[in-house]
Structures are given as C-alpha cells and as structure tokens.
Design a protein around this ligand. Structure first.
Ligand code: NJP
Length: 238
C-alpha cells in the first residue's frame, strides 16, 4: 500500500498541538486522506482547514482538556494524537522550578490528561466491538540523553513510560498505541523558527505526519508499537 492509498475516510482523529509544526502537518495529512480532525492548541486564532475543527486547548489544564475531549467524543473520535509538547535545554544547574513545571506539565501531564479523558469513550467503543488508537509523538531522545537534555529527556522518557503502560492496559479494551520518535524536525520547537537555513536538511513536519498516517492506517490486526525516524544528517543512535 502506498501512502496515497492509505485512506482515513470515516475516521475521526483528535490532535493536540495542532496549530503549527508537526501538529499542523498531521492535520493536513489526515484531512487530505479524508479524516475528520478535532484539533487543539492554546492559540487557534485564524486557523481553518476543510475537514478540521479547531478548539482552544491547554493540555495542562484539566477543564480545558475536558472541553476538548467532550468535543472529540461528540464527533465520534476513534484516535488521539498526543503531539503537544515543548522543548527546553540547559545544564542541570540552570533548571528552574518554573521551567521544570512547564516542561513536565506539558509533555507528561498533558499526555496523561488528554488520554485519560478519552479512555471511557474508547472503552465504550470496545464494548461495541470497535477499536481505537493513541499515537504519541515523543522524541528520538525518549530513551537516551545528552548534556543539556536533563529536563527535556526526563519528560520524554516519562512520556514513553506512559505510552508503554497505556499500550499494555489498552490491549484489554481494543486500544492500539504507537510511539512516534522523531529526531530533528524543522518546526517552531524550543523557540526556533520554521524554515531557518541551518535546518534545511532536517526532517520536515510532513515526514513525521507520514509516520502518524502509517500508524493510523495499519491493518486492524497489526499494531505499530514504535517508529524511530531521523534526518540522515543526524548521528545514528537508538
Ligand atoms: O513544535 P512546535 P513541534 N497545550 O513548537 C502546542 C516533539 N519533537 O511541532 O499551544 C496545547 O512547532 C503549540 O501550540 P500553542 C516535541 O517534543 C519535536 O516540533 O498555541 N498545545 C504547537 O501547536 C512535541 O511533542 C522535535 O503554543 C500546546 C505545538 O504544541 C512534538 O514533537 C524533535 C501546549 C508545538 O509546535 C511537536 O513539536 C523531537 C499546551 N500547553 C520531538 N504547549 C523537533 N521539532 O526537532 C504547546 O525529538 N502546544
């Protein structure tokens, strides 16, 4: 099956961090293949795309997550893409409490809150004989670390742990869980600007979106547990 043949017609997918970078590319890729997308980010002003409905969402805020989940359930969501995330890089001695909370709350608590809010719905789907999917965009560094990476990789190791535990639990209620681990991607990540010259050889957001499409269109007897992808200019590491 080529990527073009991987249709998502009839599918309803909730995407977090959907306003730019990888999340926006996921919205484009999913709607292009016929999915209905429930898209959330803190600032969704001015965003529109045929097939997508945009909602203000702060994944660190339980009430905001509740409203987003309600919209997703109303739409008949069958898959969730936890993509919202922030990057932050500094030596251990410079990590502030405020920055710790911002990064851990967004990357770990955010994943937990949005997922938790949809599990009752996914269980109901299972009771009706329908499966569901969760795709978590973590990082190539969700299982290795480096100098200045303490805070970010702590959050991504934790997000990977949540992903793997969810996969084990979800097997009991028809949930297939995928971890997407991208290396360097040209986005607005960690305060950078998309399109900067030094990122020309990095992955494009669409490359990561293709991996999300791959996971979501896998045949129902197959579970894509993990996808690790890097630009060829990045060192080989696992
Ligand atoms: O970053 P960026 P990416 N609640 O900054 C949203 C991982 N990753 O696309 O809320 C809800 O262009 C934000 O919107 P807004 C990374 O860890 C990347 O690169 O309005 N949404 C925007 O839509 C992350 O998990 C690289 O500010 C929140 C989006 O998230 C994922 O890829 C490498 C939010 C961020 O767009 C997407 O990041 C890697 C909140 N509280 C892993 N806070 C890379 N780019 O190189 C932020 O290994 N957002």
């Amino acid at each position: 099956m080529t990527m073009q043949e991987r249709t998502l017609a009839g599918r309803v997918v909730a995407v977090t961090g959907a306003s730019k970078g990888i999340g926006w590319a996921v919205v484009e890729a999913l709607t292009a293949r016929g999915a209905q997308v429930v898209a959330g980010a803190r600032d969704v002003s001015g965003l529109s795309r045929t097939g997508a409905a945009f909602y203000p969402l702060d994944v660190t805020d339980e009430a905001s997550v509740g409203a987003f989940a309600e919209a997703a359930v109303q739409a008949g969501v069958d898959a969730l893409v936890n993509n919202a995330g922030v990057g932050s890089f500094q030596p251990v001695e410079e990590i502030t409490l405020e920055e710790y909370r911002r990064v851990m709350d967004t990357n770990v608590l955010g994943t937990l809150l949005v997922t938790r809010a949809l599990i009752p719905h996914f269980r109901e789907r299972h009771a009706r004989g329908e499966g569901s999917q969760v795709v978590n965009v973590t990082s190539d560094v969700s299982a290795r670390t480096f100098a200045t990476g303490a805070l970010y990789t702590a959050s991504k190791y934790a997000q990977r742990a949540v992903t793997q535990a969810l996969a084990a639990e979800g097997q009991g209620y028809g949930l297939r869980v995928t971890e997407i681990r991208p290396g360097m991607v040209d986005t607005f990540f960690a305060g950078s600007v998309q399109g900067e010259a030094h990122k020309a050889a990095w992955l494009r957001p669409a490359d990561v979106a293709d991996a999300v499409v791959y996971a979501l269109t896998a045949p129902t007897h197959a579970r894509v547990d993990e996808v690790l992808l890097h630009p060829v200019v990045q060192e080989v590491a696992f």
